[in-house]
Ligand binder design. Sequence first.
Ligand code: ADP
Ligand code: SF4
Length: 683
Amino acid sequence: MTRDPRYDILFEPVKIGPVTAPNRFYQVPHCNGMGYRYPSSMAEMRRIKAEGGWGVVNTEEMEVSHMSELSPIPEARLWDDQDMPILQKMVDGVHAHGALAGAELAHLGGGASNHYSREIPVGPSARPVDLLDPIHVRPMDKTDIKALRKMHVDAALRCKKVGFDIIYLYCGHSMTTFTQFLSRQHNERGDEYGGSLENRARLLREVLSDVRDAVGDRSAVAIRMGLLLEERANGPVCNEEGRDVIHMMSDLVDLWDMQVGDWPFDSSTSRFEPQGYQDSHLAFVKQATGKPVVGVGRYTSPDAMVSLVKNGVIDLIGAARPSIADPFLPNKISEGRIEDIRECIGCNMCVTGDFLATPLRCTQNPTMGEEWRRGWHPERIPPAKAVESVLVVGGGPSGLEAARALGQRGYQVTLAEAEAETGGRVAVESRLPGLAEWGRVADYRQYQISQMANVAVYCQSRLTAEQVLEFEADHVVIATGSKWSASGKGRSNPHGIPTAPDAQVLTPDDISAGAIPRGPVIVFDDDYYYIGGLMAEKLRLEGHEVTYVTPAADVSHWTHNTMEQGRIQSRLIDLGVNIVPLHNLLAITGDMAELACIYSDKRQSLPCGAAVLVTMRDAIDDLFTDLSAMAQAPKSLTRIGDCLAPGTIAAATYSGHRFARELGEPIPDGVPFRRELPALADD
Ligand code: ADP
Ligand code: SF4
């Protein structure tokens, strides 16, 4: 296939100071939960992005000193020469594919607590650190400022030595020292580094100029610049000072990588913002600078990318999440394979890797984070050793991914799905408010499968154990999913919730299937991820009086890890949902719900016409159990996805993919992946 000439503009080289990007596809710095702790994993993940056609591949934020470090979150480090081999590995991998490598130097002021180094964080003014740690920032004196300038020069020189083509200063979000010096809220200094904007910008200007002097002959000097938003009557607008800073620094900067708002807005999920949600805020930047501009906005559509470039909004298509979901997105556009793009769904499962300090996971791309330790490539899988037949029962994310990947390996695959369409839980959940893009999990796989002659899909085919055996497949995979429990059983009520016989008790499955609750509704969320909050939102939007009860401290508590929690809670408050945190649901009588405070056991009763219980899901594994009990057996019978153990959609696609990769392959004894172990010091 050949490239559509409309997209040629995306493959034009772009000059960035002394270097030239081979195309406009720009992987912006993004955290990955690997950093210094899993360096080979990090380097291989970045290399694969370059292989997939990204013209520029950047590090995540890279700590320039032990004086400002984010432990326990594993970011990149460049504290001294000892960190250079790790970065060298990344740079060499990126260069091997003709891409440019970029390094984002980070000093985090009050954004870092220094748990590991135990150094006192420094920043413009005295105040507690931004993280909720009992630690204060010490205001920087002139010696500290001198030291900070030197740290950046030293780090930049090390970057130049390992061959980075672009060297950044991180001045984004609200958590960096430069942002905090610029901010009126953070900077209360009375010296030449505080007060007027010119003074507050002085440190940034000095460091930019130092770094430029040190490395600007060979490396481009870039800035990751955050535009803070201010609420106005017609919606948020960019803070005027952001514009002034661009004017003030333009002579020192070869490239502007723009961010809008704080990290939760900058990385908004699709539940809250559509593709291109930052465009309107960025429109002015190119008028303010003659230098190339990068912007992000979860862009996966090449048409949208072309129009951004043609309309002069940005020069380089910045992407973190689209490059995670599909490291080969640029090559697919180049090769005229638009339909093969695995589009990001905007769920932020990848972001959880940072908060949980583990290598990032992706709902759409099950190979993400597994490139080095398992040797999984996002586009290639070794072919099957024998042409055998596989029956996959259930066409949700796990069954679809298993069928797709098995088909790719050359197996003869049949996928049987009980419903009229495949998709399983994503088909259902993508109809909930804000989750339409989640349907891409099924879309991508359905299309791939439709192109494979060796994969047949039969919908409206609810199979029994006898029918499965009649099929005589060599291998049978059970991917029959899970359903929400109506018993109330879960973390807070291990034996379920006592319920009067006349009470209306519903589950999220019932609500999704169209059940209408009667009277005031209590949504009880003992699950803590997105479904409880979404049930409250949906029912309130449909006009019901809704009370959301949870034993957690806040709504949809686990979504702190996807950076959605604040927006979910605000949305429910705006909609008029009554929120009762820190309470368990003890019992449901005919028309009342009895609650107990989780700390004091103090009781209260609330009117309850219907209760929606979001507590746990039960695996639908009866088909597996029936088949396991039969004498006649296929070569292999395996459960995958939610049928094995209910979990996230990311866990389901991973489970299906893993099964497909491992079928017919020797399973190693012990730990099934390569490990990166800390080395003993010499003495
Ligand atoms: P997962 O997340 O593990 O993929 P889902 O719940 O999303 O699980 O999908 C399970 C799918 O299996 C659903 O689409 C459901 O209709 C289908 N299914 C369940 N039981 C059967 C069966 N006996 N035969 C065929 N399909 C089934
Ligand atoms: Fe996109 Fe979700 Fe994958 Fe992150 S985890 S890249 S948001 S699909």
